[in-house]
Ligand binder design. Structure first.
Ligand code: SF4
Length: 403
């Protein structure tokens, strides 16, 4: 065990070129490159696939995965750990395990046994302030891959706390990023937060702001989603909105407006600037993927949509929500979910986003004859090789050789 000062890498580890081949072999796809070059359209027999113009790995995930491989190379002979999943994609996490990186979230690993010789990679969605302190105190070498867009949210939340505003965070209370963001609010003694999942929860809080009624309901409903000793009367008098970077942008904006209206009604327009703040903290990669899938749905008549990504991936679940409003949609974790032309396993849209499902099985999802047009997109944590395998499977199921 060591107590030396931690070494924190927040930029690359000078091994970028050394790992470039390894990354390309693990995650690139010639099929996807061809579809991209063909104006995001792929035809094979009776199958047409339209790929969204923005999909898959975002800049934050790209960087986090790159740093993880660099860390493995840079520190040969030392234990290299991840605090948990680097991103919400089972394939990528399995590949990292295969490359020799251990996961502190695994039951047989012990965080309290870490020391100065150990290297710990912090994921793209960041860690809580207390986890960061604990790891620093242990003297581990830290490779911090926290995405710049997440850091931007933290900056706003810290400023809210400094200025006496409670951070109202649109996010999932159990998501690592939201837990880390909420912890930033507590850096200052008077810092407070409240996390709302959706419009429904926002409406409950807004009603309290307007009327001052339902204090107990708020405390009960949001137990576990508020800062310690949360007092609705005191802590909802000045609020600043923020969000998990991967939420549905339209919903985040709507929730911001709901809170603005409620504060205006309660305190009047003249006082609004002293009591309400908002910043758009949806990351640009999430926004681009959501915009691209909306454009695809607007431009192409589709028979169905396939959305690829981990079932606990927030941004993937939100892409599926957008699609399901418009066309028959299957959110699949990976190509193995496409069992046959008759059978697909998928996460029902709107189900809780957890790794373990629940998973539904649908039969007769691909027609046996005639042209079929499939829209395809993938969440920010899905590598191209997975997308390429999905295209290959679709081709196989619709080929003339298929019985
Ligand atoms: S989804 Fe956005 S915030 Fe999250 S890692 Fe990607 S770019 Fe960063």
């Amino acid at each position: 065990m060591g107590s030396s000062q931690p070494l924190i890498f927040r930029k690359g580890l000078d091994m970028k070129e050394a790992v470039a081949g390894e990354l390309a072999a693990a995650y690139d796809s010639a099929v996807v490159d061809r579809v991209r070059a063909g104006d995001f359209r792929h035809e094979a027999g009776r199958l047409t696939v339209h790929l969204a113009r923005e999909f898959g790995f975002c800049y934050g995930v790209d960087r986090a995965v790159d740093y993880a491989y660099q860390a493995r190379r840079r520190f040969p002979g030392r234990n290299v750990f991840l605090t948990g999943e680097i991103i919400h994609n089972p394939h990528v996490n399995d590949q990292l395990k295969a490359a020799g990186i251990r996961f502190l979230s695994d039951p047989d690993e012990r965080r309290d046994a870490l020391g100065a010789d150990d290297v710990v990679i912090l994921p793209a969605f960041g860690v809580t302030v207390s986890d960061m302190e604990r790891l620093s105190n242990l003297g581990c070498t830290l490779v911090d891959t926290t995405c710049g867009s997440v850091l931007n949210v933290w900056k706003n939340v810290v400023r809210y706390a400094q200025d006496g505003f409670t951070a109202v965070i649109h996010g999932k209370v159990k998501h690592e990023e939201t837990r880390a963001t909420a912890s930033q609010a507590l850096k200052y003694p008077g810092g407070r937060y409240l996390i709302v999942l959706d419009r429904g929860e926002a409406a409950i809080v807004c009603n309290y702001i307007r009327t001052g009624e339902g204090r107990d309901q708020i405390l009960q409903r949001f137990a576990g989603a508020v800062s310690p000793a949360f007092d609705p009367e005191r802590d909802l008098a000045r609020i600043g909105c923020a969000n998990q970077t991967t939420m549905l942008m339209s919903e985040s904006l709507e929730i911001g407006e709901m809170f603005r209206d409620a504060m205006r009604e309660r305190y009047g327009e003249a006082d609004l600037a002293h009591r309400f703040r908002a910043f758009d903290t949806i990351c640009s990669a999430t926004q681009e993927r959501q915009d691209a899938v909306i454009a695809l749905l607007d431009e192409q008549p589709l028979d169905l949509m396939v959305v690829v990504g981990g079932y606990n991936s927030s941004n993937t679940c939100n892409l599926a929500r957008i699609c399901a409003d418009r066309v028959r949609t299957y959110h699949i974790a990976d190509p193995s979910c496409l069992v046959s032309r008759d059978e697909v396993r998928h996460r029902p849209v709107g189900a809780p986003s957890t790794t373990s499902g629940p998973e539904a099985v649908t039969r007769g999802w691909l027609s046996a004859t005639g042209p079929i047009v499939v829209g395809l997109t993938a969440g920010a944590s899905t590598p191209n090789n997975i997308v390429g395998e999905v295209i290959r499977k679709l081709e196989g199921f619709t080929s003339s050789l298929q019985p």
